[in-house]
Ligand binder design. Structure first.
Ligand SMILES: *Cc1c(COP(=O)(O)O)cnc(C)c1O
Length: 451
């Protein structure tokens, strides 16, 4: 299985052809199928003697078409992705290279390249020169790792812990933050109200401080601001929140998993004022920065605090725990790690940062045109004025069942993938536009389908 084998070479060639085909054609939309259907067509794939090269055909003919492609221009649900060919192509090479990207000792070339890409992100946010971090799986692990570092820093600084720890956020904060705090860390969540567009403001946070009991205040170690909420695409009042965090000595975490990418557009920079004061910040290049899954840039203002929280210690790790060397494993919840920042780095290095700015601007332009389209349509109503590239709107007169039936039909007819969501308890729908290949005509067709 491991020694030189002509048939293995042939297999690799056919896989590379499949990759090339997929990258050269327009992304298919496709849809899910039932387990029974898939079993009928594939049968049992794990066998004592192996099925041989035909497994590649099974993938291409049956299994791949049973998966939606997030880079289809009409995949507008959740937060899609739109990897460049350079990034997706390089991802193959990462897999073939067997690089252990957890330590400098084993992966210095990788870590050097990843760190340059992280530096670019840190500079966009305006973080200081000593800032740094690591690429992790996604926003979920990024948020969790940052909050664990925050709690550890608070505990060290205080030399004690309150009976319960707590963190301030809002209803619009991503589910992964609540999950990290409540289910993983056993930390209390204090939900603050957003303003009329769902933004958390410094004023709201200050209001909470004024009314809280000393015990409630003492429990708090961090406040989370969102730079681009998933459902509404709006940016919190980061500067206002940063002020209160500083006054209270709290850690300020900014979740920019989706919207952090907007920092690449100079005209939008004002929206993010205050982000440069974050103690930690995440952005997912696999969302709006054109990298394949899975890739989240996690940055700390003071990486020393993160390292203290996350470094694993053991005799067998002593040879890599070398003072002064940058070991990516030490900055998040992980040990072994894929060089998952490299596809993003490669594409960024090849195309240049200006190409990234233009690609993000393109999606913003289509969003603005989509906004006008919704505004002009008698049957639709825009629910929140967008900051970035999410449009949330309702079809006047529709109930939850109408949205569900329409969404299902849209996918079945391969017109698009747009799912219902909820805003203030009511079912509605949204477009999340991160693909530079999405056009206004794509949006217009979908708007028409809602008549
Ligand atoms: C998508 C998202 C997350 C979670 O990121 P994953 O990469 O899916 O784990 C966290 N926060 C925000 C704001 C998001 O949009």
């Amino acid at each position: 299985m491991h020694q030189y084998d002509e048939r293995a070479d042939e297999l690799v060639r056919s896989l590379m052809e499949l990759c090339q085909e997929r990258l050269q054609m327009a992304a298919p939309l496709d849809f899910s199928r039932s387990p029974a259907d898939l079993l009928e067509e594939c049968g049992q794939t794990i066998t004592p003697d192996g099925l041989g090269p035909r497994v590649a055909d099974m993938w291409a003919d049956v299994l791949a078409p049973a998966c939606l492609s997030v880079d289809h221009p009409r995949y507008l649900s959740f937060i899609p992705g739109a990897p460049t060919k350079a990034a997706a192509g390089f991802d193959m090479l990462v897999g073939a290279s067997s690089v252990y990207a957890g330590t400098w000792l084993e992966g210095s070339g990788t870590v050097f390249a990843e760190n340059q890409a992280l530096r670019w992100v840190a500079d966009l946010a305006g973080l200081p020169p000593e800032a740094g971090g690591v690429f992790v799986q996604g926003g979920t692990i990024g948020n969790l790792s940052a909050l664990v570092a925050a709690r550890s820093a608070a505990q060290h600084r205080r030399g004690s812990r309150p009976p319960r720890w707590a963190v301030l956020l809002t209803d619009e904060t991503h589910s992964s933050v609540k999950h990290a705090l409540e289910s993983v860390m056993d930390v209390d969540v204090v939900l603050l109200p957003g303003d009329d567009r769902g933004r958390l403001t410094g004023e709201t946070v200050r209001g909470w401080v004024a009314e809280a009991t000393p015990e409630q205040r003492d429990a708090v170690f961090a406040v989370v601001g969102t730079a681009g909420t998933t459902n509404l695409g709006v940016v919190d009042d980061l500067a206002g929140i940063a002020d209160v965090a500083e006054e209270q000595g709290w850690w300020f975490h900014v979740d920019g998993a989706y919207g952090g990418a907007g920092l690449v557009v100079p005209d939008l920079r004002g929206l993010y004022d205050g982000i440069e004061r974050a103690d930690s910040f995440i952005v997912d290049p696999h969302k709006w920065l054109f990298a394949p899954y899975d890739c989240c840039a996690l940055l700390y203002r003071d990486p020393v605090l993160a390292r203290a929280a996350h470094t694993q210690r053991a005799g067998y790790l002593d040879p890599v725990t070398i003072e002064g060397e940058w070991n990516p494993s030490d900055f998040a919840i992980q040990l072994t790690r894929r060089a998952r920042g490299l596809p993003f780095w490669f594409s960024l290095a090849v195309h240049g940062t200006e190409a990234y700015r233009r690609a993000v601007e393109q999606t913003l332009e289509v969003t603005r045109a989509g906004r006008d389209l919704i505004d002009r349509a008698d049957h639709l109503r825009l629910l929140v004025e967008p900051d970035l590239s999410v449009l949330i709107f309702e079809r006047i007169g529709w109930e939850a069942e109408d949205y569900a039936a329409w969404s299902e039909r849209l996918l079945r007819d391969q017109v698009g993938f747009v799912t219902p969501t909820k805003h203030r308890g009511r079912t509605c729908t949204r477009f999340a536009i991160v693909n530079p290949l999405t056009t206004v005509e794509d949006l217009a067709d979908i708007v028409e389908s809602m008549r």
